[in-house]
Design a protein around this ligand. Structure first.
Ligand code: FAD
Length: 461
C-alpha cells in the first residue's frame, strides 16, 4: 500500500473544488489534518467570532469526511512541529495544502517546507495572488486597473466536485477533541444571536449561494440598502474557504442584470490579497506613514469613552449604532454601514483606524486580515490607494439616502416608534427618547476637528 499523504487544512475547509485534496487523494490514503496554531508569536490570534465559526466549520468538515470513510485529525501547536510528528507517526510522505497569504501563514509554509515535502496548490482566489501583473511585471496597488487585468484571466477554472470516498491510512494518528479546544464562548455566551443567522460549513455555503443566485441579477440596486438582504452574505464562508470563488463565479456568471458588479466585489477580495502580498504588515501600519507619525489621533480617557460608545452602539448616530449592534449580535455588518461606522470612528471621533480594525477582527465572523486591513486603510485614506481622509461622510445623510429606517428600527429598538425623517437624526427633530444617548459630537464640529487634524499632519509632511 502507498504511504499516506497529509492534507493540511487551514482557511480552506471544504471538500469540493479543493485542489490539495484532489492531489493528495490521487496518491493513495489521505490523512486530513487541522492544526490550531494561533498562539505562537508569529501568528495573529483569531478573534472570538472567528473561533465560534471555526468550531462549527471543523465539526461539519469532520462529518463530511466521515461520510466518505475518512476523518479530521485535530492538533494544537506549531504547524511544522505537529505535521512533522504526524508524518513520523504515520510514515506519510508528503503534505498537500492550499496556499495562504497572511504573513504568518507564509512563514508557517516556509517552516514546514524546511522539514517536510510540502506541495502548495491554488484555489482560494479567482487567480493566484501575485499572478496578475502590470505591464512592467509588477503587482498592482490600485483596485480598478487590478480588476481590469484580473478580468482578462477570467473565467476561473471550472470547479471540481467533492470526491465520493477517500482512502484511509492503516492507522489513524492521535487527534484532539474539538470540544477541548473551547473555541465557543461561555459565561457569557455572547454568540447566541449567531446561531439563527449562520450555518457554518460547506453545506451552509451552498445554501447561501443558492439563495443568492436568485437575486444576483438585482445586486446593484439592492446591495447598498441595509434594510434588505440584497447581498450574498457569503463572506464568512469565503473567508474560511468553505466555498471557492470559482464555484461562486460559475454559479452566478450567467445571471444577467448587474451580476458583473457582484463579481467585481469578489475581485476586491483578490485585490486585498495582492496588497498584503506587497505590504505584509498592512493590518497594523499605515502605508502613508504620516498617518502613524504625524496625525494627532485622540487618545486618553475621553477618547477611550468615545471608543466604548462606538463599540456598544451608543454614539447617538442611529445608523452607526444600528451597525455596531448588528455586528455584536450577529458577527456581521452590512457593507455600506461598515463604511459609515469606520468613517465615523476615524473622522468624527478621530480615533486611530487600527483600534477599529482590531475590534472588527475580534467581532466579525468574516474577519479577514487582508480584506479588513485594506478596507480600513481605504476609509482612513492611509493606504496605497487614493487618500480619502478629507472626504468626510455625513452619517445622517447616508442613513436617509440608503433608506435605513427599518434597519435602525430592527437594531436600535429605543427608536422603533419614530417615523421618518426623524429616525435618522432624532436629536435634531427633538424626538430623542431618554433611553437613547445624544449625539456624541455634532457633525459640523467633528468635521472641523478632523480637517484641522489633517492639516496638522500635512504641515508636518
Ligand atoms: P457581497 O456584497 O455579497 O460580496 C461578495 C463577496 O465579495 C463578499 O462575501 C466578500 O468576500 C467580497 N467582498 C465584497 N466587498 C468587499 C470589499 N470591500 N473588500 C473585500 N472583499 C469584498 N470583508 C471581509 O470579508 N472580511 C473583513 O474583515 C472585512 N472587513 C471590512 C472592514 C471595513 C471597514 C469595510 C468597509 C469592509 C470590510 N469588508 C470585509 C468588506 C465587505 O464589507 C464584506 O466583504 C461584505 O459586507 C460581506 O458581505 P457579503 O458577503 O454579503 O458581500
Amino acid at each position: 500500500m502507498a504511504p499516506p499523504t497529509i492534507l493540511w487544512f487551514r482557511r480552506d475547509l471544504r471538500l469540493a473544488d479543493q485542489a490539495a485534496l484532489v492531489a493528495a487523494a490521487a496518491s493513495g490514503p489521505v490523512i486530513p489534518v487541522y492544526i490550531l496554531d494561533d498562539e505562537t508569536p508569529r501568528h495573529r490570534a483569531m478573534g472570538g467570532a472567528s473561533r465560534w465559526w471555526l468550531h462549527h466549520s471543523l465539526a461539519r468538515l469532520d462529518e463530511s469526511l466521515r461520510a466518505r470513510g475518512s476523518r479530521l485529525i485535530l492538533r494544537r501547536g506549531k504547524c511544522e512541529d505537529e505535521l512533522a510528528k504526524i508524518a513520523g507517526e504515520s510514515g506519510a510522505g508528503a503534505v498537500h495544502c492550499l496556499r495562504h497569504y497572511e504573513p504568518w501563514w507564509r512563514n508557517a509554509e516556509r517552516a514546514v517546507a524546511k522539514r517536510l515535502d510540502l506541495i502548495c496548490h491554488d484555489g482560494n482566489y479567482l487567480a493566484p495572488p501575485g499572478s496578475v501583473k502590470t505591464g512592467s511585471g509588477g503587482l498592482y496597488k490600485i483596485y480598478t486597473p487590478f480588476w481590469r487585468a484580473l478580468r482578462d484571466h477570467m473565467p476561473p477554472p471550472v470547479p471540481v466536485d467533492a470526491p465520493e470516498g477517500l482512502d484511509a491510512p492503516d492507522r489513524w494518528p492521535a487527534s484532539d477533541r474539538l470540544d477541548d479546544w473551547k473555541l465557543l464562548p461561555s459565561r457569557p455566551n455572547w454568540a447566541t444571536g449567531f446561531e439563527g443567522e449562520w450555518t457554518p460549513g460547506e453545506t451552509g455555503a451552498q445554501v447561501r449561494l443558492g439563495a443568492f443566485a436568485e437575486i444576483a441579477a438585482r445586486y446593484d440596486e439592492q446591495r447598498n440598502l441595509p434594510a434588505i438582504e440584497g447581498s450574498s452574505r457569503l463572506s464568512p464562508h469565503l473567508h474560511f474557504g468553505e466555498i471557492s470563488p470559482a464555484a461562486i463565479w460559475h454559479a452566478v456568471a450567467d445571471a444577467g442584470g448587474s451580476v458583473d458588479v457582484f463579481l467585481a466585489e469578489i475581485g476586491w477580495r483578490d485585490y486585498a490579497q495582492t496588497v498584503i502580498l506587497q505590504y505584509p504588515d498592512y493590518g497594523g501600519r499605515s502605508a502613508r506613514e504620516a498617518f502613524d507619525t504625524a496625525l494627532p489621533w485622540r487618545s486618553g480617557k475621553e477618547a477611550d469613552a468615545d471608543f466604548a460608545a462606538w463599540q456598544q452602539g451608543r454614539t447617538g448616530y442611529p445608523i452607526v449604532d444600528a451597525g455596531m449592534r448588528q455586528l455584536w449580535a450577529t458577527g456581521w455588518m452590512h457593507n455600506r454601514v461598515r463604511m459609515i461606522a469606520a468613517s465615523f470612528l476615524i473622522k468624527h471621533l478621530l480615533i486611530d483606524w487600527r483600534r477599529g480594525e482590531q475590534w472588527f477582527w475580534d467581532t466579525l465572523v468574516d474577519a479577514d486580515y487582508a480584506s479588513n486591513a485594506v478596507n480600513w486603510q481605504w476609509v482612513a485614506g492611509s493606504g496605497v490607494d487614493s487618500n480619502m481622509f478629507p472626504r468626510i461622510m455625513a452619517p445622517l445623510t447616508q442613513s436617509e439616502k440608503f433608506d435605513a429606517a427599518a434597519y435602525i428600527r430592527q437594531w436600535v429598538p429605543e427608536l422603533a416608534d419614530i417615523g421618518e425623517p426623524a429616525i435618522h437624526d432624532p436629536d435634531e427633530f427633538g424626538r430623542r427618547p431618554r433611553s437613547y444617548p445624544p449625539k456624541i459630537i455634532g457633525h459640523r464640529e467633528a468635521r472641523a476637528r478632523a480637517l484641522a487634524a489633517y492639516d496638522v499632519m500635512k504641515a508636518d509632511d
